[in-house]
Design a protein around this ligand. Structure first.
Ligand code: MG
Ligand code: ZN
Length: 185
């Protein structure tokens, strides 16, 4: 049985930018985020990153560059003692109306198929309303919104839509601590 924590990338693991993350050097960890993933790994959770990367569809970066950025993330997490089990990303622009761009549940459903995940025992950490909505659309048991990145704006958007995340955390580290206490691994 896999116990999965789905984590959004930009604004949760690394600093987000309105200009997108287009190179390895633009990828900067938010403080304590590698340690947060290490904590989850050590407590028996599997971490899967799910991320919208329309920079590919917008032809702003190549697949090779995106892979290099993912590599920097994986190496940084590994150095802290954690592991990213897999990464699922949507390369499309909003205009393409794909089924994988969050808030659509495609990325989580792809992960579920690949790893036979029980979504009713999985949770998601994100900084945007579309992350939380994606988790609800896919049937994840628990959702955590972080206050880093887009979090403050997302809090307002979600409350307008009548959606309440199970927990609102300061950052990924606090989210990990909450998950360890509140979701059985
Ligand atoms: Mg984000
Ligand atoms: Zn897509």
């Amino acid at each position: 049985m896999e116990h999965i924590v789905f984590i959004d990338r930009d604004g949760v693991i690394n600093m987000d930018s309105p200009d997108y993350i287009k190179s390895r050097s633009e990828f900067e960890f938010i403080p304590r985020s590698p340690e947060a993933i290490a904590l989850l790994t050590q407590k028996g959770f599997d971490v899967i990153v799910i991320t919208n990367q329309s920079v590919i569809g917008r032809k702003m970066i190549t697949q090779e560059t995106l892979d290099a950025i993912f590599q920097k993330m994986k190496v940084g997490v590994k150095k802290a003692g954690g592991k990213i089990k897999d990464i699922f990303f949507c390369p499309h622009t909003p205009r393409e109306n794909c089924s994988c761009r969050k808030p659509n549940p495609g990325l989580i459903l792809d992960a579920q198929k690949k790893y036979q995940i029980s979504l009713d025992q999985s949770c998601l950490v994100g900084d945007s309303a579309k992350d939380i909505e994606c988790a609800l659309n896919a049937g994840c048991a628990k959702t955590v919104l972080v206050k880093t990145g887009n979090g403050p704006k997302a809090q307002q958007e979600l409350s307008c839509k009548g959606i309440s995340p199970d927990y609102i955390a300061l950052d990924l580290y606090e989210a990990a601590c909450w998950i360890i206490e509140n979701v059985k691994p």
